[in-house]
Design a protein around this ligand. Structure first.
Ligand code: 5AD
Ligand code: SF4
Length: 472
């Protein structure tokens, strides 16, 4: 049994990482033929992509996916730690599984992902949920076959969570959700340690994948017919810093652009690491989408400092305007936290002012949630729950007006849309995403699923656009 430990998890050193190729031992191949699994994923794109890998591994082991947990022999939860409500949802789900387990004694239940890396969670599971089969962490989920085998052999809960990051594992099988859009990890972990954030503890030190491995993966996705890749990392703009002297996200984007993949996206960016070269590269290549997720978190310099964000509102705005100026039709989205400890009405109004200046195309807004073990959790939280909720409401009202305003500017224009599927409700209606990551519902006489087609925008809503294919 290995339980997580935050003191170790936050250690940062200069150890060099080895890269290993994933390989499922012969004895596990198809071992579980005839057995079924159900996987529930919480959280960000990184977790969604980990789940694609986990599904790939389970299917090599012979498990078959079912979409109802009642029909499954194995239920797996890939969890998220970022805010309290993600926790509550996962524990609520475990409560439902417990009932099922009472009538189905052989049911196997596993928990993986970020919550597994939390000291409090691992201890709670050990004490209150001994009926689980196994818990594995973010750094070693590829060891699922061995951990499951040990749990079944010993008939005891196996908790195998490494506090420290491990070497990089390449060539993991992946059961990708989409045939057109793929996630590609470029960097793992985060070294920024924003004071509210649990990620540097649950995902470990910043480690970049080798550029050759990334490019090989994308080249084979192109061959398979993929139209779009999203380069993933907690902070993609730090790509290469731990590995190369002169190779950053700017160079990687240039090389990815040359693979001829039709669309390239990347997320998430930290303003601190966003260089002029990166902006120039995004502006230069047509297959790099003019869509940037640039979390600001707060518009108050005092709060930004308490958050440990390493930039001022003025520096953020300079970067923002540079992007808007250099990248044609660039859509910028953001993340904002409301109710950070000590946030005053004046601080909050500075956030509203910043939103009025930036007029974001999209914004993810959150109530601050204290995470045990982070520095901010020790600050005195003197903003009442009612006040925080009222601020979130006011903020959402404001951001929504700009979503609609920006969308309305597209009415009458023809924009490229990657067609993802057809409407289940209406015949002849399809949906997809524009270059600037807007959801477009449109009519078409022909099914263009998997292709990028020009769509004439006829109407704008707050969270989507309506249109029709303008191809003869
Ligand atoms: N409370 C609320 N929101 C948080 N985020 C990260 N940590 C917390 C927290 N403790 C938000 C940030 C980040 C996004 C992924 O989640 O806005 O950018
Ligand atoms: Fe968390 Fe900050 Fe790292 Fe983002 S950059 S994952 S908010 S510590």
């Amino acid at each position: 049994m290995q339980l997580p430990n935050y003191r170790e998890a936050k250690t940062r050193d200069k150890r060099e990482y080895q890269t290993h190729s994933y390989h499922l031992l012969e004895k596990y191949k198809k071992k579980y033929e005839g057995k079924t699994y159900f996987l529930k994923t919480y959280g960000c794109q990184m977790n969604e992509h980990d789940s694609e890998n986990i599904m790939g591994i389970l299917e090599e082991m012979g498990f078959r996916f079912v979409d109802s947990m009642e029909d499954a022999d194995l239920i797996l939860l890939n969890t998220c730690s970022i805010r309290e409500n993600a926790h509550n949802k996962a524990f609520g789900f475990l409560g439902r599984i417990k009932h099922l387990k009472e009538t189905k004694k052989d049911l196997m239940v596993g928990l993986c992902g970020c919550m597994a890396q939390e000291e409090v969670v691992a201890n709670t599971i050990k004490e209150k949920y001994p009926w689980l089969t196994f818990v594995i962490g973010t750094h070693n989920f590829y060891q699922l076959p061995e951990v499951l085998e040990e749990a079944l052999k010993t008939k005891t809960l196996q908790i195998e969570v490494y506090s420290r990051e491990q070497d990089l594992i390449e060539k993991m099988p992946s059961n990708r959700k989409s045939k057109y859009k793929a996630y590609v990890n470029i960097i793992y972990g985060c070294d920024k340690f924003c004071t509210y954030c649990i990620v540097p503890y649950t995902r470990g030190r910043q480690r970049s994948r080798k550029k050759e491995d990334i490019l090989k993966e994308i080249e084979s996705l192109v061959k398979e017919g993929y139209q779009e890749v999203t380069l993933l990392g907690q902070n993609v703009n730090a790509y290469g810093k731990d590995l190369y002297d002169n190779y950053s996200l700017a160079e990687l984007l240039t090389d990815v652009s040359k693979t001829k993949i039709k669309r390239i996206r990347f997320m998430t960016s930290h303003p601190w690491d966003f260089t002029n070269e990166m902006i120039d590269v995004i502006a230069k290549y047509d297959n790099i989408m003019p869509s940037i997720h640039l979390p600001v978190q707060s518009g108050s310099n005092r709060i930004l400092k308490l958050m440990g964000r390493r930039y001022t509102k003025e520096e953020y705005l300079t970067l923002f305007h540079k992007m808007k100026e250099k990248i044609k039709n660039c859509a910028i989205s953001t993340d904002i936290i409301v109710g950070f400890p000590g946030e005053t009405e004046e601080d909050f109004e500075e956030t509203l002012d910043l939103v009025k200046t930036c007029k974001y195309d999209n914004a993810f807004t959150f109530l601050y949630s204290p995470r045990v073990g982070t520095p901010a959790a020790k600050l005195e939280d003197n903003v009442s729950k009612e006040e925080k909720e009222a601020r979130l409401y006011r903020l959402n009202d404001l951001v929504n007006t700009y979503f609609l305003e920006n969308n309305k500017k597209l009415v009458g224009k023809t924009i490229p849309v990657l067609v993802e599927g057809k409407s289940l409700k209406k015949k002849g209606e399809y949906f997809g995403y524009s270059d600037t990551q807007k959801l477009v519902n449109f009519t078409s006489d022909k099914d263009y699923e998997g292709e990028i087609v020009p769509v004439l925008i006829t109407d704008a809503k707050t969270w989507s656009l309506d249109g029709k294919v303008s191809r003869s």
